[in-house]
Design a protein around this ligand. Structure first.
Ligand SMILES: [Zn+2]
Length: 423
């Protein structure tokens, strides 16, 4: 399959507009947090909460000195809702953009329903992380950052294990891949690569999006390979086999564990820097009552968001390296270079992905190598395959010559076979 030029033009326009929305999102968040701190709104909100203690005595509850969970949750809930009101119009415009480009298929009410579920889930997870952070700040003021990094790593491991059975079913339905040639071929591939995964599932996406996807998800007893029905319905068996081999490549190289631990190291680095900054702030400024003052929440959020943006290239470079390894594995296991290239082109066309994105955008934001690099990788693999098969053919013909030289006339022929070994 050749690259569809009209579709690529559309992909370029879409990528540009999506990037503008992502930047606007980030600018809005950073501006809101900076203005909240600079205008003193962070302390005003805390003071209002202190006054609210009169009619909500729960706000004074503190299980140990310096730790007021109800105040923290109330403060965070107000800030979270305020920001949601400001950012929801932008989120809706992003959804309309993907709808206009034919990628999203859901209607406005389903989008609102999904967004509501997402926000509730995010609120619960972020409020939990906040309570844990401030509990540690109050009880372990010197080592809170180390404990927090370790507990977050443990939480990530548990969530990675539970996500396929707890989180994803909130949004998608999984079904085991039906019996048939595809199933047989994929099971044979899993057997050949000695892969122990808990099944191959299809995920129903076709009523929501036209984009195709596949993933390896879960850990241990929940580890599974998931193929979107937008892929199983439209791609050839060879193409799906290559995609599955790529996912098995992630499994074989232990990429989920590597990602979890590298994320853990980055979190540890970020939290230790935050600790040093907060110490300096407390020693030199009089902005807050203490480290556990609820008014520090916007400052904390600003530090976390800024660090997240700054380390994105590191995370994505690591991720792109892992994707390269999974591609290499898929090519080696299947040796189906044409199917690999055709699936890359088809995915780019179907998902409106730019084949050659701007280098800076790729460096900062792309978790996968750009499609043109993946196509080149396949070509390089084909060249390697050709030269190694040529080398092994030469080796075989050399061996045959050496074998035929045995016997009474061997002494003569063995001399004449020497030039063959030089090929
Ligand atoms: Zn991958």
């Amino acid at each position: 399959m050749e690259i569809d030029k009209a579709r690529q033009r559309k992909a370029r326009h879409y990528a540009r507009q999506k990037l503008v929305f992502s930047l606007l999102d980030l600018v809005l968040l950073l501006t809101c947090l900076t203005l909240t701190i600079a205008t003193g709104l962070d302390k005003l909100l805390r003071d209002q909460l202190y006054m609210a203690v009169l009619w909500a005595p729960i706000l004074t509850w503190h299980p140990f000195p310096g730790y007021y969970p109800a105040q923290l949750v109330a403060y965070f809930a107000i800030a979270f809702c305020g920001y949601c009101c400001l950012s929801l119009p932008l989120a809706y415009l992003r959804y309309r953009l993907s709808f206009r480009y034919g990628l999203a298929l859901i209607d406005g009410s389903t989008w609102l329903h999904d967004t509501g579920k997402n926000l509730l889930l995010n609120f619960a997870l972020q409020a939990g992380a906040l309570l844990l952070t401030y509990g540690l700040l109050a009880s372990q003021p010197h080592w809170w950052w180390l404990w927090l990094a370790l507990l977050l790593l443990l939480f990530s491991i548990i969530m990675t294990n539970l996500a396929p059975v707890l989180i994803f079913p909130l949004f998608y339905r999984f079904k085991p891949l039906p019996e048939g040639e595809l199933n047989q071929r994929l099971l044979e591939l899993a057997r050949r690569t000695a892969t122990r995964v808990q099944g191959i599932f299809t995920i129903q996406l076709s009523h929501r999006t036209t984009a195709a996807t596949a993933a390896l998800m879960g850990l241990g007893n929940t580890r599974r390979i998931v193929l979107g029905d937008t892929m199983t319905d439209r791609y050839t068996i060879d193409e799906i086999e290559v995609v599955l081999a790529h996912e098995i490549g992630h499994h074989v190289h232990n990429h989920i564990w590597k990602m979890l631990f590298s994320q853990g190291v980055l979190t540890l680095a970020g939290l230790s820097l935050t600790h040093l900054f907060l110490r300096w702030l407390m020693d030199n400024q009089n902005m807050y009552f203490s480290l556990t003052d609820p008014a520090t929440i916007p400052l904390f959020a600003l530090l976390v968001v800024s660090f997240h943006v700054l380390i994105m290239p590191i995370r994505n470079t690591l991720s792109r390296h892992m994707e390269y390894q999974a591609d290499e594995y898929a090519l080696q296991v299947t040796q189906k270079v044409d199917a690999f290239k055709s699936v890359m082109r088809r995915l780019a066309s179907q998902n409106l992905t730019e084949i050659v994105p701007a280098p800076l955008v790729e460096f900062w934001l792309y978790s996968h190598p750009a499609v043109h690099r993946r196509l080149r990788h396949a070509d390089e693999f084909a060249e390697r395959l050709l030269s190694s098969s040529y080398a092994s053919a030469s080796f075989k013909s050399c061996n045959r010559a050496a074998t035929s030289s045995t016997g009474p006339s061997g002494m003569v022929n063995s001399g004449s076979s020497t030039p063959h070994s030089a090929h």
